[in-house]
Write a protein that binds this ligand. Structure first.
Ligand SMILES: NC(=O)c1ccc[n+]([C@@H]2O[C@H](COP(=O)([O-])OP(=O)(O)OC[C@H]3O[C@@H](n4cnc5c(N)ncnc54)[C@H](O)[C@@H]3O)[C@@H](O)[C@H]2O)c1
Length: 359
């Protein structure tokens, strides 16, 4: 294990990056801790067949930084971290590998809490938990929060309501047409909230089973061929709920919606897209602000999971989004920039309190 604690790493600003290897089980993992200013770093473990170690490192540095900002704005007493396991989960995932990984997490003594991400599931967290107590996102049988998409969708809905209030004066989607791209775990729940609120929903998914589910459960939803057709459709709100990079140089100029609020991570394809959105008069509710319901749900496990308490906290995504949109107006910057500023402010102001000695 190579530990490069407190490197000055000017390019990334991370507190700690840990390389973990267990040759017998084939484990190769990197744990990135961006900041513990607000508390232990929390973020999931991505198990993915990266082409190179550099790609894995790049991803963990990016993702762990993103978690610090997300957790800061979710009002959690948690810093930001993330881990990647390098390899094909279909080929190499095993009890020994997961437990070896768990021991590395435990060796950090609580500076990092792990959870699920792409390629890891609640059952994997239960295995990891046999070696470490610093793990969330566990199965319900083990006191876990279960499916985090429930509160992710609830939080996205709250963020969307706040954007609607900011733009149209009333915190409701009633009478609006909302385009949902991706009818997976989050997209399905979000569709139900929108319909209950009186919105019309138009949606798309590449997966025929997901489309069939909507056809049978919500026949009132209009379906379009693909995300390109959805972006060009006559919609008031666009909710990207599939993959990252949904807002790019092709989609933004074609977008007819006046609000973007969705669950997908990393919606802005590259820096500068936030300005393009603002220039086109599109109000963008930053992805990491509105999709924080999932991390709120799993973070609640640290206290002993209570769904109502977690839901209350996810409901406050409405207030946070509203605050960010107002700050963006006041400071004359896009909402994505305002969100970053607010997160950095909390990390600096609350993180600074640790310099006050307690004894
Ligand atoms: N689940 C959570 O708690 C959570 C939390 C935060 C962020 N997110 C993000 O939200 C997004 C959705 O998460 P999820 O858990 O619902 O995932 P999911 O895999 O259950 O659903 C994604 C859906 O998008 C569809 N899809 C993929 N490519 C598409 C395309 N080009 N056009 C249309 N549909 C497409 C898939 O077929 C799938 O049905 C992801 O980006 C995820 O990272 C999820």
């Amino acid at each position: 294990m190579g530990v490069f604690a407190n490197t000055d790493a000017p390019a990334t600003g991370h507190e700690q990056v840990v390389f973990c290897q267990d040759k017998h089980s084939g484990l190769k993992a990197i744990i990135g801790i961006y900041s513990t200013a607000l508390g232990p770093a929390l973020g999931g473990t991505r198990f993915y067949p990266y082409a190179t170690e550099e790609d894995a490192l790049h991803d963990v540095l990016d993702l762990s930084r993103g978690m610090a900002y997300k957790n800061a704005l979710a009002d959690l007493d948690l810093g930001g971290g993330k881990a990647v396991i390098w390899g094909d989960p279909e080929q190499i995932k095993s009890e020994a590998l997961l437990r070896a990984y768990g021991r590395f997490v435990q060796s950090l003594g609580g500076r990092y809490y792990t959870a699920c991400d792409v390629g890891t599931y609640v059952q994997d967290m239960d295995v990891i938990a046999r070696e470490t107590r610093y793990v969330t996102g566990r199965s319900v049988e083990h006191g876990g929060a279960g499916d985090s998409s429930i509160l992710t969708a609830w939080g996205v809905f709250q963020g969307m309501r706040a954007a609607a209030e900011h733009l149209w004066g009333s915190p409701t989607l009633s009478g609006r047409r909302v385009g949902v791209a991706g009818l997976g775990k989050v997209g399905k729940h979000l569709t139900a909230h929108l319909l209950a609120d009186g919105a019309a929903v138009v949606a798309t998914d590449v997966n025929e089973r997901a489309v069939d589910w909507v056809r049978s459960n919500h026949p009132e939803v209009d379906l379009v061929q693909d995300a390109t057709a959805l972006v060009a459709a006559d919609i008031d709100v666009y909710a990207p709920c599939a993959l990252g990079g949904a807002l790019n140089d092709d989609t933004v100029p074609a977008l007819r919606a006046k609000i973007v609020a969705g669950a997908a991570n990393n919606q802005l394809a590259h820096p500068g897209i936030e300005k393009l959105l603002a220039e086109r008069g599109v109000l963008y509710a930053p992805d990491y602000v509105v999709n924080a319901g999932g991390v709120i749900q799993v973070a609640d496990e640290i206290e002993g999971f209570n769904f109502e308490r977690a839901k209350l906290r996810a409901t406050r995504i409405f207030d946070t989004t509203r605050q960010i949109l107002r700050l963006a107006d006041a400071e004359g910057v896009p909402p994505a920039v305002a969100a970053d500023r607010l997160a950095e402010r909390r990390m600096a102001e609350v993180g600074r309190l640790r310099t006050i000695r307690l004894s």
